[in-house]
Design a protein around this ligand. Structure first.
Ligand code: F6P
Length: 549
């Protein structure tokens, strides 16, 4: 697939960027702006209702040209087409990567293994809509005849982070008379706290797991069944209080959930790309089928933009290329995502799985060790909270941290001056990071010489500003798809498989080996390293003392 394309660092554009970087490293954003009064407008792209201002990046027109050439030389266009055509671009798992099919309109057709998957997607969406409507109308009754008032999604990773992020993001549109909770952690506290004030007779559990074998989810699911049956008594109650979202009907049936109450998805949907599949059932119950479809439409608009727009106006491509510029040339280790929208408080956590599970890879598609950096660390907090916490390091620390500022023109909760104050902070932070404050400016304010270095802001800290009109379901879909495709772009540029996650396996296997060692046989021979052996013994000893044994 990529065989005629040289490895990333051997591509002519990559090498040209290497030669170009030392020149750009010396340039200051102050000078770049001073030399081009129209830079702000020129380096802003608009598409599908999103304004993407990338003028505060340490780039020149030449940098941009080289990055765009790198995209061409990396075969990005063909790889996008291959994804949309349903080719098995997840090479290590031999799977198609078709989250874009989850939001394809009915009239589109996407063939996987000889079958059009779009009708299947819409059949599941219809089934979800029917079920959600019944729950929302109080028509779906619990075992004792009471309507459902509480919905608990049990899942982890992509089967949790998408649903919880979307629920929080779209809470404004959600049914306030229903309670939504999300249990993911195997730490019993998560389940205990989520259920402590709930009535089992009014509670519906959605067991969300692509594989239906994940330790955390299955443990929580069994605990949930025990918890529900303590009140509901009869095993038949499970059918009214448990539904499943999975690709694995066999395991769902084994757990005791009627497969009629199972919402299907497919192996060509990666966990971290699944919030718009049936994994979004809790989202649909919260916001209603119409809003859910509006969210899918937002995703689809961005998909079409990514697929068709020339790279110089293609938001995900530009975003991915800029990320690579800092990651591979400036040596930036992390990226901050800073939504100035309280409802997006879980967006950075969601993006961490999307970006880091996708692009945290050390070998190329052909299995050879990469000789360049791949995915950066993503992190962030909603503004303005982060400003009073870690922004100090952005402004005056020794690390370069490119930032994504995300803001909305219209508030969902207009309250006096709040929104203008919030947005003033978005604009001010990006401005302060880029332009800083020179020692001369500081001294001109009367700051004594000894204090001036502490009060100086070097500036030249890059950021993108992403502006949308209003946080609607459609806007959320666009925003998530923007990041999905930017991650894809980077995976192509780095020549890695962005759709597998083998790195999570070793820890799972070792935990499976340790579990029986903790649960049984005090005297059993431990065969780990001396540190792990000692920690296990210490834990068991202390546990026995605290159990009074
Ligand atoms: O931990 C890795 C992972 O496989 C994620 O990729 C996935 O989203 C999560 O576990 C949950 O998996 P499942 O939906 O199969 O329970």
């Amino acid at each position: 697939m990529t065989s005629s394309i040289p490895p990333p660092t051997k591509r002519a554009a990559w090498q040209a960027l290497e030669a170009h970087y030392p020149k750009v490293r010396e340039l200051h954003l102050r000078d770049l702006f001073a030399g081009d009064p129209k830079r702000g407008e020129r380096l802003t792209a608009e598409a599908v209702g999103i304004t993407f201002d990338y003028s505060k990046h340490r780039i020149t027109d030449e940098t941009l040209g080289l990055l765009l050439r790198l995209a061409e030389q990396s075969g990005l266009r063909d790889r996008i087409e291959a994804m949309f055509r349903g080719e098995k671009i997840n090479v290590t798992e031999k799977r198609a990567v078709l989250h874009v099919a989850l939001r394809a309109p009915k009239e589109q057709s996407i063939i996987v293994d000889g079958e059009d998957v779009v009708p299947q997607v819409h059949a599941v969406l219809d089934k979800m809509a029917d079920f959600s409507t019944r729950v929302r109308r109080g028509e779906w009754k619990g075992h004792t005849g009471k309507p459902i008032r509480n919905v608990i999604n049990i899942g982890i990773g992509g089967s949790d982070l998408g649903p919880v992020m979307a629920y929080e993001a779209l809470r404004y549109y959600s049914r306030r008379d229903l309670t939504f909770r999300f249990v993911s952690n195997i730490d019993g506290t998560d389940f205990a706290e989520a259920t402590r004030d709930l009535d089992a007779e009014e509670t519906l559990f959605i067991i969300s797991s692509k594989t239906f074998t994940t330790l955390e989810t299955m443990t929580n699911a069994h605990t949930a069944r025990d918890w529900a049956l303590r009140t509901l008594k009869h095993p038949a109650a499970v059918a009214r209080h448990f539904v499943a979202v999975s690709t694995n009907a066999e395991e769902v049936a084994k757990f005791g959930i009627d497969t009629a109450n199972m919402f299907e998805f497919w192996d060509w949907v990666g966990g971290r790309y699944s919030m718009d599949s049936a994994i979004g059932l809790s989202t649909m119950i919260a916001i209603g089928p119409e809003n859910f479809r509006a969210m899918l439409d937002g995703f689809h608009q961005m998909d079409e933009h990514f697929r068709t727009a020339p790279f110089e106006r293609n938001l995900p491509a530009l975003m991915g290329l800029l990320g690579l510029w800092y990651n591979n040339f400036f040596g930036a280790q992390t990226m901050a995502v800073l939504p100035y929208e309280q409802y997006l408080k879980r967006f950075p956590a969601y993006l961490q799985q999307l970006t880091m599970e996708s692009n945290g890879k050390h070998v190329a598609l052909d299995g050879t060790e990469v000789v360049y950096q791949t995915g950066p660390i993503y992190w962030g907090e909603p503004g303005t909270n982060g400003q009073h916490s870690f922004y100090q390091l952005f402004h005056q620390g020794t690390k370069l941290i490119p930032c994504d500022f995300i803001g909305f023109v219209q508030p969902l909760n207009p309250l006096g001056r709040h929104h203008d104050l919030l947005m003033a902070n978005v604009f001010a932070q990006a401005e302060a990071l880029a332009f800083g404050k020179t020692p001369q400016e500081v001294r001109a304010e009367g700051v004594p010489a000894w204090l001036a270095p502490h009060r100086t802001f070097e500036g030249n800290r890059p950021s993108s500003t992403i502006l949308l009109e209003r946080l609607t379901p459609t806007a959320l879909g666009k925003l998530v798809a923007l990041y999905e495709h930017s991650v894809f772009t980077q995976g192509v540029l780095w020549d890695i498989d962005s759709f597998d996650q083998w790195g999570v396996e070793l820890g799972k296997a070792l935990a499976a080996r340790i579990i029986p060692e903790l649960e049984t046989g005090a005297s059993r021979q431990l065969q780990h390293d001396s540190s792990t052996n000692a920690l296990i013994r210490r834990y068991k000893r202390s546990r026995e003392v605290s159990h009074g044994r």
